[in-house]
Unconditional design. Structure first.
Length: 221
């Protein structure tokens, strides 16, 4: 998992005050998908590419397994709700906050008590115009900074900037288009996550800083 230590987490994890647990999972490894709901199975089956559907199901299965472990409940019994911009939460469990992101075969999941979190992971994709995307979403200053870099450095810098922005948006629960009600909200605390290779990941936490416990799925036996 790169330079940052990701250790297998405990089989029975517990949340702690001023602490966020972040898990990294390989979606191409066997995953606990038996607890998925009928709707989740249908959604996975609708992906145009079978590999993408299998990875989506794996990410959802890991999410259910970890939520079940934190709460000591059956993962299949969990029910999700969604905010106005689609951010998921657990029905009946307002104190446990979580967020999930996956790209390619990598998933990153964050869990915290009583504070909003957002996480994002991105792996390099097909050739894209990083400067144009940055100008449209991240602003002119970021676009000009990227334009001054050579192509390999530009891609890496773009991914790092993008995951920081996306994690912030997800932490606030405002959606990609933003929300005027969040304009005056304090900026979340940000932490970059080293996942190894050319990818990038970041965690955003409301009311940080916090201790970040980096854990690898599956848990230790």
């Amino acid at each position: 998992m790169g330079r940052t230590p990701w250790e297998p987490g405990p089989a029975r994890p517990r949340l702690a005050a001023a602490t966020v647990d972040v898990w990294c999972a390989d979606l191409d490894a066997p995953a606990p998908t038996a607890a998925l709901s009928a709707d989740e199975r249908d959604r996975a089956a609708r992906f145009a590419q079978a590999e993408a559907g299998a990875r989506w199901a794996a990410a959802r299965g890991v999410l259910r397994a970890l939520l079940g472990a934190y709460l000591a409940v059956d993962p299949a019994a969990l029910r999700f709700e969604h905010g106005p911009h689609g951010k998921p939460s657990l029905a009946g469990e307002p104190s446990l906050r979580f967020n999930l992101s996956h790209s390619g075969g990598v998933a990153v999941l964050a869990f915290a008590p009583d504070r909003e979190v957002g996480v994002d992971v991105e792996l390099p994709r097909r050739a894209v115009d990083h400067v144009a995307i940055a100008r449209r979403v991240l602003g002119d200053a970021e676009a000009e900074r990227l334009a001054a870099l050579d192509a390999p450095a530009r891609e890496r810098a773009f991914l790092r900037a993008w995951v920081r922005w996306e994690a912030t948006v997800k932490c606030r629960g405002t959606g990609i288009g933003g929300d005027e009600t969040a304009a005056d909200a304090p900026e979340p605390w940000l932490c970059e996550l080293e996942i190894g290779g050319p990818g990038a990941a970041a965690l955003a936490v409301a009311g940080g800083p916090v201790e970040v416990r980096r854990r690898r799925w599956p848990p230790a036996a």
